[in-house]
Write a protein that binds this ligand. Structure first.
Ligand SMILES: Cc1cc2nc3c(=O)[nH]c(=O)nc-3n(C[C@H](O)[C@H](O)[C@H](O)COP(=O)(O)OP(=O)(O)OC[C@H]3O[C@@H](n4cnc5c(N)ncnc54)[C@H](O)[C@@H]3O)c2cc1C
Length: 405
């Protein structure tokens, strides 16, 4: 390749770190610019792993035997009275956002990661991309990887027609320490990937590593995602209104969620979920919710700029594939760069592959989530809602990499 192989990655979360580590190993001179000024590691959430994620970690240089999560053997669906409705054997490793972030950050030389750099504008010509940051810093590169998430500044500048669409439901999330759980929750819930399916809702929960990657009994945590419909114009709008009256339709920062909204969710947990789940929700200190969005970008490559991870496609979380998809994007990008003589040709190839995959995964996750939408708009949505409402279908398909691609 004739270029001097200088790359910039915008966004230093998991997608950006996968891309930066892989580009560095492929010989690129790479720098990561992350908007948030502080360390990101506090973001707590459980992450389901899939074989492709493990392959990407190995490609980054993480030994394949490194313990990255907690292994579970079986799935269970609990009825509202706490009894077991259905079981399904399914070995899987569950990790946490913070554990993956720590591993990937450690793999990248410190001087290549820059906190407190928010991209403001991006332009390009045939030879390079020019970037300007809100702190006055400027840079240029032969290749830019935009890993700046659902509200990507880069995508808004280069593919403005691609916009996130609210799915009609939210996910309440939380992590609770293993050590505070009752004997009942520890034996009937903690060892499993567990499901609850009240009408139009879904609870999924599983154990993950504790702080500082704690894997031993007593040191782990339990993670849950509880989907609830929230009509955009009424319930949702109220939920994202903070105490000062400001409305955050794109998602409200967790500390600004009004206490009565959190209290209502805790009460609803007792009303609609199995007692084991209600206990977990009750004991979660930082209970918060995120709106669920679909995002499909018609392009994942624009000249010398590649959109990667959530910047390009956001599937509803039911496949548990967000991080795996970001890692897969990074692998495909580096392979395309190795296979083509010019950056633009490589990116055109990358774009074709990842738009096809992104479109497929967003469609699949939309079908899995249809029955939680506050309103089912089309006959197709209604058909999907029926198909994916049984415990068997939910346990078979949720957090599993779809096979027909
Ligand atoms: C409820 C829920 C459950 C989920 N569960 C799972 C799961 O089980 N498994 C899974 O794999 N995935 C899951 N996901 C999805 C997963 O979290 C994302 O797909 C994944 O984190 C994608 O990461 P990313 O790096 O592309 O984007 P992000 O993590 O959003 O990172 C974008 C980064 O860019 C930075 N940034 C933004 N704008 C700028 C700018 N202008 N300049 C510089 N930096 C900027 C941001 O600060 C941020 O650090 C879930 C998501 C949700 C909402």
């Amino acid at each position: 390749m004739s270029e001097s192989r200088k790359a910039v990655v915008v966004g230093g979360s998991l997608g950006g770190l996968f891309a930066a580590n892989l580009l560095l190993r492929a010989g690129w001179d790479v720098n990561v610019y992350e908007r948030v000024a502080e360390e990101l590691e506090g973001r707590g959430a459980g992450i389901v792993t899939h074989p492709e994620l493990m392959e990407a970690l190995v490609a980054v240089g993480i030994p394949p035997d490194e313990a990255i999560g907690v292994a579970v053997e079986e799935r269970v669906t609990l009825a509202q009275d706490g009894s077991v409705l259905a079981r399904r054997p399914m070995p899987q490793v569950l990790t946490a956002w913070g554990s993956l972030y720590g591993i990937l950050k450690k793999a990248l030389p410190k001087e290549r990661y820059h906190n407190g750099y928010a991209l403001e504008s991006i332009t390009q010509d045939d030879n390079e991309v020019q970037l300007a940051f809100s702190n006055g810093h400027r840079d240029q590169a032969e290749l830019v990887v935009a890993a700046d998430g659902l509200r990507s500044t880069t995508r808004q500048a280069l593919v403005p027609e691609a916009k996130p669409v609210y799915a009609g439901y939210v996910a309440w999330r939380g992590l609770v320490e293993e050590s505070v759980l009752s004997e009942r929750a520890l034996t009937e819930l903690f060892p499993y990937f567990a499901f609850g399916i009240p009408p139009q809702e879904q609870m999924i929960a599983y154990p993950v590593a504790g702080l500082e990657n704690g894997m031993s009994p007593g040191k782990r945590r339990f993670n849950f995602v509880w989907y609830r419909p929230a009509d955009e114009a009424t319930t949702f709008k109220d939920m994202v209104t903070d105490a000062s009256g400001r409305v955050w339709m794109d998602g409200i920062p967790p500390p600004l969620i009004r206490p009565e909204i959190v209290a209502q969710a805790r009460q609803a947990a007792h009303d609609v979920l199995a007692p084991q789940f209600a206990e977990v929700v009750e004991k979660t200190e930082n209970l918060f919710f995120q709106p669920i969005f679909d995002l499909e970008s018609p392009r994942a490559a624009i000249g010398r700029v590649a959109l990667l991870g959530d910047a390009a496609f956001v599937a509803r979380p039911h496949c548990g594939m967000g991080v795996t998809k970001a890692a897969g994007d990074a692998m495909a990008l580096v392979q395309a760069l190795q296979a083509h003589a010019s950056v633009q040709e490589a990116l055109a190839d990358y774009g074709r592959q990842r738009v096809a995959f992104g479109t497929f995964i967003v469609g699949h996750a939309r079908a899995l989530g249809a029955y939680m939408q506050a309103q089912l708009r089309t006959p197709q949505e209604r058909e999907m809602a029926e198909r994916y409402r049984t415990p068997e279908a939910i346990m078979r398909e949720t957090a599993v990499a779809p096979s027909n691609h």
